[in-house]
Design a protein around this ligand. Structure first.
Ligand code: TYD
Ligand code: MG
Length: 456
């Protein structure tokens, strides 16, 4: 970098700026994430914020309400995460680990959009035209008006959008796009932000949706999708394990819909297929009559999903027991183990405890507390919990069971999936109707659940 030019060190994860290099970012705590870049010019920052143009105050009453126009992506689960469809003029960031299926999903979406709304431009800075074609063949695309551009230079991509005037654009990936106007390396925070801002302006001025694919990265050299979250309208993240077939897409930010909404897909040899009934999928491999397995109902966005919680308690080879979790918050589990130990007298201190949500999905809802407690107790006592029972409820430090939201919706899902019994907080019982096929049992404390377990 030329002498005398103002440079700063920018954290590629969170955008923190420092005049000198630091090993650890003081803002987000990331190690080795500060990279030397030219200070963003005030002009570019202004442009970023000022895309709506010069405005005068307007009376609220005069503002025309925007008709809620939504396009369908042809994939119902994708429409669902977006809050009911694609909003023209919005910028959607799709993040996820490499190889999880981001390019596959958006190529499918692009193809579907061409069928209904006309030309779609797919910009790839990662793969060649031939590679994209190969993937397309595998997916059985019709792709009548799908245009592929293998380009990484921001200005050329914008020109292509201006000349082609597509009805939607996919950028795969935002980290490969760079502007000649900046000296920073492609993928750096400055470049990625500049590109995202330009695409935001294009999306708003042409009233077209633009999808940005972003890699989640551990290394500091490439700015992660986190750095763009505040610029774009909607942020979706892919979850799931690469060696398992299902993929969960979660909305973590959405200016046009509820956050935390999820869409569930299955990765097949012909691409991603929406899963309309996730409960059936997550419970499909459940072992029946085995200790440590309990079914709970969690709420993902507006949708209840049944999941299987598994616990394994074994004596530790060392003095201090290990606690390992997958899919649930380890602190929450530690708290529940302490409650079980102190309030219910389970001697867990010398035990290894593993808690897992089957199927690789993660839940961060206190409503699964009671199922975790039941699963741990079931494994500890080596008594199987009734496989026809669904359990949900929040557990407090005194061992009390507290009410949760949307109990009726959770109960309906349990009934629909053919479960016979429902154990839920007593305070939720009134909102849930028992039926001939579903027995509803309200509990006030974890002791009642442990008693149920012993009466098996
Ligand atoms: P990809 O969309 O390239 O992932 P990303 O863009 O997130 O890096 O998906 C790659 C994986 O998906 C790869 O391991 C192969 C698998 N796959 C299928 O299983 N079926 C398919 O039809 C396609 C196209 C990919
Ligand atoms: Mg890809």
């Amino acid at each position: 970098m030329a002498r005398g030019q103002k440079t700063v060190y920018i954290c590629q994860q969170c955008g923190y700026q420092s005049p000198k290099w630091l090993g650890k970012c003081p803002a987000c705590g990331e190690w080795n994430s500060l990279v030397e870049e030219r200070a963003p010019s005030p002009e570019s920052e202004r442009r970023r914020l000022g895309y709506m143009g010069r405005a005068a105050p307007k009376s609220y009453a005069e503002i025309e309400p925007h008709a809620d126009v939504r396009w369908t992506s042809g994939l119902p689960e994708f429409d669902r995460v977006l809050g009911g469809g694609i909003v023209p003029g919005s910028v959607v960031l799709v993040g996820g680990d490499p190889g999880i299926g981001k390019s596959t999903l958006l190529l499918q979406v692009a193809d579907q959009l061409t069928r209904r709304y006309g030309a779609v431009l797919y910009v790839s800075g990662e793969e060649s035209e031939r590679q994209i074609k190969m993937r397309g063949e595998r997916l059985g695309l019709q792709a009548r008006a799908l245009y592929v551009l293998t380009e990484t230079q921001l200005e050329s991509v914008c020109d292509a959008i201006e000349t082609l005037r597509p009805s939607a654009v996919v950028i795969d990936s935002i980290q490969t796009i760079f502007s000649e106007a900046f000296e920073s390396v492609p993928g750096s925070l400055t470049q990625v932000r500049e590109a995202a801002t330009r695409f935001l302006m294009l999306a708003k001025s042409h009233e077209i949706p633009i999808f940005l694919i972003g890699h989640v990265t551990k290394e500091g050299m490439i700015a992660g999708p986190k750095a763009l979250e505040h610029i774009v309208d909607t942020v979706l993240y892919f979850e799931g394990e690469r060696h398992q077939n299902h993929r969960v897409i979660r909305a973590v930010k959405n200016r046009y819909g509820a956050t935390n909404e999820v869409g569930v897909f299955e990765m097949t040899s012909r691409g991603l297929i929406p899963v309309p009934n996730p409960s059936a999928m997550f419970l499909s491999e459940r072992p029946l009559g085995v200790s440590g397995s309990v079914v709970s109902a969690c709420l993902e966005g507006t949708r209840p999903i049944l999941i299987e919680l598994q616990a394994l308690v074994g004596s530790s080879g060392y003095g201090v027991g290990r606690r390992m979790t997958r899919g649930v918050d380890p602190y929450r589990v530690a708290l529940l183990l302490a409650v079980l130990e102190r309030r219910a007298g389970l001697q867990l201190a010398g035990c290894d405890v593993f808690v897992n949500v089957a199927g690789g999905i993660s839940v961060d809802e206190p409503a699964v507390d009671l199922a975790i407690v039941a699963a741990v107790a079931s494994s500890f006592r080596n008594v199987a919990f009734d496989p026809q029972t669904v359990v949900f409820g929040e557990v407090g430090l005194a061992g009390e069971v507290r009410a949760v939201s949307a109990a009726a919706a959770r109960a309906r899902e349990a009934a629909q999936m053919g479960f016979r019994h429902l154990v839920l907080p007593e305070n939720n019982r009134r909102s849930v109707e028992a039926s001939e096929t579903l027995e509803v049992i309200g509990v006030r404390s974890i002791f009642e659940v442990l008693d149920l377990l012993l009466s098996e």
